[in-house]
Structures are given as C-alpha cells and as structure tokens.
Design a protein around this ligand. Structure first.
Ligand SMILES: Cc1cc2nc3c(=O)[nH]c(=O)nc-3n(C[C@H](O)[C@H](O)[C@H](O)COP(=O)(O)OP(=O)(O)OC[C@H]3O[C@@H](n4cnc5c(N)ncnc54)[C@H](O)[C@@H]3O)c2cc1C
Length: 396
C-alpha cells in the first residue's frame, strides 16, 4: 500500500472543507503539501453521483443557503463569491395563528445586506474553481478515513493509499454522536412564486409542525426558495402532491402576506437532526463544519458556523504552517477547540430551541413565543445582540 506525506489532510470537499483548503493554501509555504480528499467515489467531478450516498452530488444539491454578512466577507476574501446571489435586506419572523412578530432590518446594522442567498451548487463550483488554481493537492476517490495517530503523525486512508500527515481535519459533514436529536421534522425544499412578492425580504414563519422559510431566490429573480419543515408523514404527502394542491397547502401554511404562492419547481425532502460532538480536537485530528455539528436549518446557521470554524482553525495553524513545522500542532488544535466552544454552544443551542419551542402545541407556550417576538420587535437592545449573532457569530 503506497504511503505519501502531507502537512495537512482535509477529509471532505463540501463548502467548509473547500474554504479551509483555500485559507490554508494562502498560508502555506508549499500548498501542494495540503491534500483535499473528496469522497466522490473516484469520479473527481463535483457533479459526479456519490455511490450509496444519502446526500446528492454537489452539482445536484437543491439547497439554497442564506449566507450571512461575515461569511460573505470571508468568501469574497477567497475570491469564491458565486456570480448569482440575492440580497436579504429585511427578515420577517412570525408565528402562524398567533400574534407577535419581529422584523430585522439591514439599516440597523450598517451593513450592505443582512445576508445573501446562494445555491449550494454554485458555491461549491466556485470554491472548486479557486481550489484548482490554488496549488493544493486534490485527491478524489472513495470516502477517506482517519486510520490511526501516534506521537509523530496521523495516518489517513483513501482506498489503497495511506497518507502520513501532521494534521488531519474531518470535514465530512457526518455530524457526531455525542449529542443527538431527531426533530421529527423533514424539510421540503422547493421554489415558489408569490403574487405579491417583496424583493429583499426573507420570511421565517413558525408553525406547529416546524418553521417555514421563504428566501429570495438567487437564480430566479422574483421567486422564493422554500424550506418548509413539517412532521415527516405530512412532508411526504405534501412533497408528492400535485402542483395545485401543494401551492394551496403552502399558501395556507404561510398565510397571505405575499398573496398566493405557486409551486415553480420539483420538491426534495431532507430529514432533520441535531448531531454534534463535544470535542473538536483529538491530538492531531480536528473536526469542523457539519462533521462537528449538524444543526436544524432554522435561521440558516450551519454553513455560517462551519465557515467560522474554518477561519479560526486556519488562524490557529497559521504560524505553525508558515514556520518550520517542528513540534506537534496538537496544542494548537486543542486551543482552537477551546476558542470555538462558546460560538458552537450558543448557535447550536438557539437553533435547537427555536424549532421546538414554537412546535409544542401548548397554547401558553405559543403565547409566550408570540410575546418574545413582540418583545424583540419593540426592543432594539434585545433584538440587536440576537441578530448580530446570526449576522456574524461570536467573535473571539
Ligand atoms: C434544508 C437545509 C437548509 C440549510 N440552509 C442553510 C442556510 O440557509 N444557511 C446556512 O448557513 N446553512 C444552511 N444549512 C446547513 C448547511 O447546508 C451545512 O451546514 C453545510 O453544507 C455544511 O458544510 P460541510 O462542508 O461541513 O458539510 P457538507 O456540505 O455535508 O459536505 C461534506 C462533504 O464531504 C463528503 N464526504 C463525506 N464523507 C466523506 C469521507 N469519508 N471522505 C471524504 N469526503 C467525504 C460529502 O460527500 C460532502 O461532499 C442548511 C441545511 C439544510 C439541510
């Protein structure tokens, strides 16, 4: 079995692994000593179907992602901002069937936009273009695994090849087993057109079955990307309904603020879980992005949090990477994990509570949630820190 040596192996070429690769390539004396291992079954192309994978290949991934202001700044610094995006200037948050709502506005934060939507596929393709020009080593093949580590190195295996590295970073999106929650909600992803569309507005509406988000679509002007979280059997039935039935059900769930909603695309269903690991570092192995914490998509935080993981890890390794790389980087990884903990806990905590608090079915809790929305709306001093966290996360 051939063994090759690298400084850093990155296992998983999703957007978090890709962004980390580019950040490290900028810092490395020799970018070729950074290996990005794409578990694409050997086809090597972003559009290749992944054998046995529950997740679609990146080019077919239907997700529309809300990227916050901080993430946009990071992606632009990597020259990886996709050509197609749509700005979010206002976010309207409400609860179906109850009073209380809050609006977060761009003007309150002095930023060009609260966030932007991009498609997962466009973002992945743009990052991949930048990686191709970065000088790093791109290895495609079967899923990679961390085999073992000792005092001197960590050993990573991809098919018949073993990589001996100073550091391995898991970015495989697989989540951890330390904290698990099945939300008993499935997300229906699709696109819709509204008769009374409001450009620049994003909507998060909490229903008894889960949140329903409408986001400005980055590719089809005037359309909205839909993330509709429902109880699983309802999601399956609604996803398979004919267009008229689906459009009526969506309008009924969302309400009439945007007029009538009409289905304009196919529908896909994603089961929703919280899967997180406590430790982001074990010796020479770090874990970031969805591999460290897979969150409920409410408030669109998963990728944003993962990109903050990547930025902080690159920062932690910067002097080691630029220097002689003598000595173990394990202490740097342990520091990285400690530094990231508050942001991970707060973000995972908020996104775990929100979809459940509004879905208890208890009138008293629903009223309390409505009051909380009203309180946020009336008091900028409460609203601002919450919104600022979603805009840029906890900064260390
Ligand atoms: C419905 C939905 C809506 C969402 N909306 C938002 C949003 O609006 N805003 C936001 O910030 N986040 C959002 N998210 C979350 C966001 O999609 C994820 O947080 C983000 O994709 C995580 O990126 P990642 O690179 O860590 O993992 P992934 O995107 O899962 O990528 C991991 C990659 O690693 C590959 N891989 C797996 N195993 C191996 C292996 N053993 N070896 C090598 N490669 C491997 C996979 O094939 C995949 O390509 C949403 C999620 C869902 C489900």
């Amino acid at each position: 079995m051939p063994t090759v040596e690298y400084d850093i192996a990155i296992l998983g070429a999703g957007p978090v692994g890709q962004a980390l690769t580019l950040l490290l390539a900028r810092l490395a004396r020799d970018p070729a000593r950074i290996a990005l291992l794409a578990g694409d079954g050997g086809a090597g192309q972003p559009g290749a179907k992944q054998a046995g994978a529950a997740q679609p290949a990146p080019a077919d991934d239907p997700r529309i992602i809300a990227v916050n202001h901080g993430s946009r700044v990071l992606l632009e610094s990597l020259q990886a901002w996709p050509v197609r995006s749509a700005a979010i200037d206002h976010i309207h948050i409400s609860q179906r069937g109850r009073l209380g709502r809050t609006v977060i506005a761009r003007e309150d934060f002095g930023v060009p936009a609260l966030g932007n939507t991009v498609s997962y596929a466009d973002l992945h393709a743009r990052l991949q273009e930048r990686i191709a020009a970065s000088g790093v080593t791109l290895l495609s093949g079967p899923p990679a695994i961390v085999d073992a580590q000792d005092a001197d190195a960590v050993h990573v295996r991809q098919g018949d090849t073993t990589l001996r590295c100073a550091v391995a970073v898991r970015c495989d999106g697989a989540g951890g087993q330390d904290v698990r929650r099945d939300y008993r909600q499935h997300a229906i992803l699709t696109r819709t057109r509204a008769t009374l569309a409001q450009p620049g507005w994003a909507w998060e509406r909490f229903t008894r079955e889960g949140p329903l988000a409408l986001l400005p679509h980055p590719q089809i002007q005037g359309d909205y990307a839909v993330v509709w979280c429902c109880e699983p059997s309802h999601a399956a039935a609604v996803a398979q309904a004919d267009d008229d039935t689906f459009s009526a059900a969506l309008t009924e769930a969302f309400g009439t603020r945007l007029g009538r909603l009409r289905s304009t695309a196919a529908r896909q269903v994603f089961p929703l879980h919280l899967k997180a690991r406590h430790a982001q570092a074990q010796g020479r192995v770090a874990t970031i992005g969805n591999a460290a914490q897979t969150l409920h998509p409410v408030a669109g935080q998963g990728l944003n949090l993962g990109l903050r993981d990547a930025a902080q890890l690159a920062h932690a390794l910067s002097s080691w990477l630029a220097g002689a790389q003598d000595g173990s980087p394990a202490a740097l990884l342990a520091d990285f994990a400690r530094t990231r903990l508050p942001d991970r806990l707060v973000t995972a905590g908020i996104t775990d509570i929100m979809p459940r608090a509004f879905a208890t079915g208890f009138a008293a809790v629903e009223h309390a949630c409505g009051l909380a929305l009203l309180g946020l709306d009336l008091s900028a001093s409460i609203r601002s820190p919450v919104a600022r966290h979603f805009l840029q996360g906890l900064r260390n």
